[in-house]
Design a protein around this ligand. Sequence first.
Ligand code: A2P
Length: 283
Amino acid sequence: MNALTDSYTLANSVKIPCVGFGTWQTPDGETTVQSVLAALEAGYRHVDTAAVYGNEKGVGDAIKKSEINREELFITSKLWNSARGYETTLAAFEVTMEKLQLETLDLYLIHWPAAKGDPADWQKTNLDTWRAFEHLYNTKRIRAIGVSNFLPHHLEPIIRDATVQPMVNQIEFHPGFMQKESVDFCRAHNILIEAWSPLGTGKMLTDKTLAAIAAKYDKSVAQLCIRWCLQNDTLPLPKSVTPSRIRENARVFDFAISDADMATINAMPYFGGSGLNPDEINF
Ligand code: A2P
């Protein structure tokens, strides 16, 4: 990868720009509009939002304002947990599209799996939701479909039943939390891993090991983490509302982390994680 517009290729041949601009915890309105515009100016062409972030309208407004050709942009959103199920997914998708003010979505993800703790049959709920995703894909409302925060045992029933296989799994991924089992499982099924919170929502930035390695390359820890995701063949989604940081996070193509430094970072013990376990969340 040599530029923000270089891409990974999904299982269905759709190309996805290799770094996405994250918007989790970005308030809607001017903050979202201005930060997405700053990202587009810095060269990002891939924006990641979700119904639950509450900022799809701001993302849509920024896209409109930017006047960038729709075909150049890659826009992802996610179905919130309360809308799981067939009909409810179809309805929630229309609300998302209205807010984004788009005709077609590039990627739609199930935000979290229905899981063990659910009172209903969690496997059936995920399959019903997935059938709605397949319908939206087959009717060309969405160019690619996938999941988020799915562990292998959540993916297995879908993979067994699907007529369209998931193309992406967006998971928490940063130094100290590489989710090897999920990553290996997804690789074996040709599912691209997207990395949410590649900076550990900022918790990576004060780590001494990472700071020492970043200094060797004359780079910031944020840049090191983003580059590290790419060199691990995952797609990072760094979030910032600060224009200087947004630009900084885009400058990750003028250095390469050595094999030895990759090995050091890959071996770091668990730290800085969100602690969110997909089998135990109650939201
Ligand atoms: P802010 O949005 O106020 O600029 P993650 O992508 O892992 O979720 O991390 C996002 C957090 O890291 C946000 O708090 C963001 O702050 C901060 N952040 C993003 N990029 C940088 C950077 N280059 N330097 C320092 N902090 C950053």
